[in-house]
Design a protein around this ligand. Structure first.
Ligand SMILES: [Zn+2]
Length: 341
């Protein structure tokens, strides 16, 4: 059994229910991701000649299903991405850089199933500042969401806010056994609203409320050369909170390698480690010489796995991702995962 808990869906066209701010859409980052996923060739990426948003959405969906089907992974949690909301709880499209609604995840899952690929699990995203958060969260849970994805620094809210809403939000997650997959640390992939909202200490709000948290990117640390102090602070969090897991998404990259290697060498980190890729974030093959010259898999998910395994990621990290999701997994998955969890 193997599971990737961190894979992004991306819907750009408003006719498909998604949104991508024009500035962000034409920026270097998005063009690079589109190139890396095989949607846009180098020339068109360089000359800013993307196809229509509808066409990008269609190609993204096709490629994602193709990659998932071709991968050795058995399950992939596909993530929605909620917007930024103003103080009255309405969607703020001036501040939102991208938005992929929960319904888009359900649609892609159905499409994949119809084409014979039933690997995707539903990762919902609900910003607690939205005025209809409760309806949106209930609907996602009824529709089989296995976890909730938050990027507080990009979505613009403080997970430690001691508001009544936050209290009720956490209570619902705890009662339904729904973990939060939360971004922690620095962020280059999407522009920030407030980077402080992804500081390590922001994990304490949900953790103290008894919610299980999967902290993304081994909790971040410092880019390129990690800080010992930040590493030790993360370790202390792992000691204090048995309901905290860490994922290795985007760790096959130059600027995250230092934290990745330190985490792999530490037994406490390794015991809580779950596998994640962060698709479509590119894998930096050149930064991992041990994988050079070898017969690397071409499939994105398998290549990411291959490099991380070569640097010491244990086989157990590939199935450990089922553990925090146990109460949310559909019956057939739970039956199969039984011997592991
Ligand atoms: Zn991510």
């Amino acid at each position: 059994m193997s599971i990737d808990v961190h894979c992004h869906h991306f819907v750009m066209a408003e006719s498909n229910g998604g949104f991508c701010h024009p500035k962000f859409a034409s920026g270097l980052r998005v063009r690079w991701y589109l190139n890396q996923t095989g949607i846009l060739n180098w020339q068109d990426a360089f000359l800013r000649r993307p196809p229509s948003r509808e066409k990008i959405d269609e190609l993204y969906a096709q490629k994602l299903i193709e990659q998932a089907r071709g991968s050795t992974l058995e399950h992939i949690v596909l993530l929605a991405f909620d917007a930024v909301y103003d103080e009255r709880g309405y969607r703020d499209l001036n501040k939102t850089r991208m938005y992929t609604p929960n319904i888009a995840i359900m649609k892609l899952r159905e499409r994949a199933i119809a084409s014979g690929c039933s690997k995707f699990l539903f990762g919902a995203s609900v910003n607690p500042l939205r005025r209809d958060w409760e309806d949106e969260l209930d609907e996602a849970l009824e529709s089989g969401a296995v976890l909730l994805k938050w990027l507080p620094n990009v979505m613009g809210f403080d997970p430690n806010a001691r508001t009544q809403t936050m209290g009720r939000f956490y209570e619902k997650l705890r009662e339904s056994g729904t973990p939060i997959l939360m971004h922690v640390g620095f962020e280059y992939a999407v522009p920030n609203q407030n980077i402080a909202y992804s500081n390590l200490d922001r994990l304490e709000g949900p953790l103290r409320a008894g919610v299980t948290v999967i902290a993304a990117h081994c909790c971040g640390g410092r880019p390129v050369i990690d800080s010992k102090k930040m590493f030790d602070e993360t370790k202390l969090m792992l000691v204090n909170y048995p309901n905290l897991y860490i994922d290795v998404s985007a760790m096959a990259s130059f600027h995250r390698k230092s934290r990745f290697l330190a985490a792999l060498a530490d037994p406490l980190f390794s015991e809580r480690m779950v596998f994640g890729t962060d698709y479509p974030i590119p894998v930096h093959k050149l930064a991992f010489p041990r994988a050079w010259g070898r017969d690397r898999p071409r499939n994105y998910f398998d290549q990411d796995q291959f490099i991380k395994r070569m640097y010491g990621l244990s086989a157990s990290a590939l199935w450990r991702g089922y553990l925090p999701l146990t109460r949310r997994l559909p019956a057939p998955v739970i039956d199969r995962a039984q011997s592991y969890i």
